[in-house]
Structures are given as C-alpha cells and as structure tokens.
Design a protein around this ligand. Structure first.
Ligand code: ADP
Ligand code: MG
Length: 309
C-alpha cells in the first residue's frame, strides 16, 4: 500500500485561544516496501503526522464541500488536502476505518504502558480480536497469537500464561508490538520504538523491525530522533520542522545536508560528523553515512594513498 499525503494540515484545539498548528501543508509519499524514517525535533509534528495514517486523527469531513462552495463562488480555494493509504481515502467519512486499522498497525511511544491483560497471550489476543472482521474461533486466535509472539522473538509456551508485568522492559515492548502485528498489517508504524531502551535493547528492536519488514509487513514507518538509527536502517527519510516537511530523501543524500539539518536543530549521524571533519582536512571520503560505509570509504582512501606513494 502506497501512502500519499497532499497538503495535509492539522490544528489542535482549532478555533480556541489554545490552537496549535501541528501540521502545515504536509505533502509526502511513502512507497510500498519502504523502511521509512520520520525525524524532527520534539514538537515538530511527527506523532501528529503518523497518527493520521491509521485514521486516529482525521481530516475535517467538510473539506470537499467547502472546496466546492468556494469554486462555485468563483474563489480560488487553497489546494484540497488528501490522504490516501492504498485504496483507502482518508478524507472520505465513509471509509471503513476499522478495516484500515487492521491494515495499518500503530505502535505508540512506550507501548508497554498499554498492556493490560492478565496474561501475555490475552494481551496479544485482544489485538487480534479487535481487528478481525468476524469473530475468530479460539483456535484461530491461538494460532495467530503464537505466530505473532514467535516472530517478535518470544517463546510462546514459556510466556503465554505469564503476566506482562513480570517481564523485562524489552520483553514487554515485544509483547506490545506482537499485539499490533498480530492482525498482519501491511504497514507498520512505530513512534520512537527504541526510546528508553539501553543500546543492546535498541539494537535488538531495530533487528526485529528488519525481520518484520522481510517476513511480515511490507512497509515500515518509524519515528525516531536518533540519527544513527535512521542512517543505518531507513531507505528514505522525511524531516519535519515546525509542522512542515523540509526534506524527503534517502539518508545518503539527506546527511550531505548536515549543515542545514544542524541549523534546524537536528543532530547528524556520527559517520556524517567524521566524514565532514575529514573533508575539512582535504580528505574526501564519499559514503552513505552508515558506520560500515564510512569505514569502507576510509579504507579505500587509505589503499589509494598507499598505492600512489
Ligand atoms: P512530535 O511528535 O514531533 O514531538 P507532535 O506531533 O506530538 O510532535 O506535536 C506537534 C505540536 O502539536 C506540538 O506543538 C505539540 O505541543 C502540539 N500537540 C501535540 N499533541 C497535542 C494535543 N493533544 N493537544 C494540543 N497540542 C498538541
Ligand atoms: Mg512524538
């Protein structure tokens, strides 16, 4: 499913003195198969944007009517906001949002806080039943729950009857992710999935996302403010700043613009910092700003220097 946003805007507490314009005229496309990164400072609109993708936040239903009224009156209205996720038109009130939510899984920040059932299996089963079009049999539920727990790297037999509250932090997060992917969404959206974990936990979560991307969900959308995580894992990235999209690029092109990113208050990956420090010293290391890419380009630079001596 391709995700296409055009001229998307969103204001919290509209028409009140507390109005906050969280998204301003956002247009971007996420292709099927992308491992897509969304970056930006706190408050730049990342969460507001991704919460539109499964209809949790909606476009105003009166958009089309008001647009047509203006055209009829001979006025030139601003471009019509659109949001399409595969076949789903999210500007259309009649869209089946329940079916959409089964196709677009959403893992919120600190999803383990939303675990509530008495057992691990119960929690994941809730996600499954919630998204099923018709009532599944007990056997269907059990099969789905087992598969979801196993794909996130948890042992079903060992954990199914345990309380989620007795698990480690990393395990809880995996259970929460299992409760979303259990409906086999085509698109999986995760808001800061590695936040609050130690470096090993972060690495494991990113490895899990790659596994899910290969075996389970065609498209992954991940919100992060860890630039190394983005450089290492995503094929394309959108940069949000004050509710606007500034760039949509592959990391290898985006981090060439490190100065611009820093002026937007963003960090850049370690490999980009090192690359630019070397360039200042006249050493040209062209690379994709992953650690591996940086090392390879330094090695090939050293080899060329050695040969020319
Ligand atoms: P990010 O995820 O990039 O940190 P958000 O999308 O959460 O950004 O927030 C964008 C803007 O909208 C911020 O100014 C934030 O304070 C505001 N905002 C977010 N959620 C709400 C809400 N429920 N009510 C009012 N303002 C909100
Ligand atoms: Mg956020």
């Amino acid at each position: 499913m391709r995700i296409q946003a055009e001229h998307l805007s969103y204001t919290y507490n509209a028409k009140s003195p507390f109005a906050v314009a969280a998204l301003k005229d956002v247009s971007l496309t996420i292709e099927e198969g992308d491992f897509f990164g969304v970056i930006g400072r706190t408050g730049s609109g990342k969460s507001t944007f991704v919460q539109h993708l499964n209809g949790l936040l909606r476009l105003p239903s009166s958009l089309k009517r008001r647009y047509k009224q203006k055209v009829k009156r001979g006025q030139t209205p601003p471009p019509l906001p659109q949001l399409k996720v595969g076949e789903f038109d999210l500007a259309d009130r009649k869209t089946n949002f329940r079916a959409l939510r089964a196709k677009v899984g959403m893992v919120f920040q600190y999803p383990e806080y939303q675990l509530f059932a008495e057992t691990v299996a119960g929690d994941v089963a809730f996600g499954y039943k919630n998204f099923s079009e018709k009532k599944p049999t007990d056997e269907e539920v059990q099969t789905a729950v087992r598969a979801a727990l196993e794909v996130v790297g948890l042992n079903y037999e060992e954990l199914k009857d345990k309380s989620p509250f007795d698990l480690s932090g990393g395990q809880k997060r995996r259970v929460a992710i299992a409760g979303v992917i259990v409906s086999r969404p085509e698109v999986l959206v995760l808001d800061e999935p590695a936040a609050g974990l130690d470096p090993a936990g972060k690495r494991e979560i990113m490895e899990l996302l790659h596994k899910l991307h290969e075996e389970w969900c065609k498209t992954i959308v991940v919100v992060s403010h860890d630039m190394d995580e983005i450089a290492e894992n995503c094929n394309r990235v959108a940069v949000f700043s004050e509710g606007e999209v500034k760039y949509v690029l592959p990391p290898s092109e985006l981090f060439e613009k490190s100065e611009e990113l820093i002026s937007l208050g963003l960090d850049v990956p370690l490999a980009a910092k090192l690359t630019f420090a070397l360039r200042e010293r006249g050493i040209e290391v062209k690379n994709d700003f992953t650690v591996e890419g940086f090392i390879n380009s330094v090695l090939s630079y050293a080899k060329n220097e050695g040969e020319s001596e």
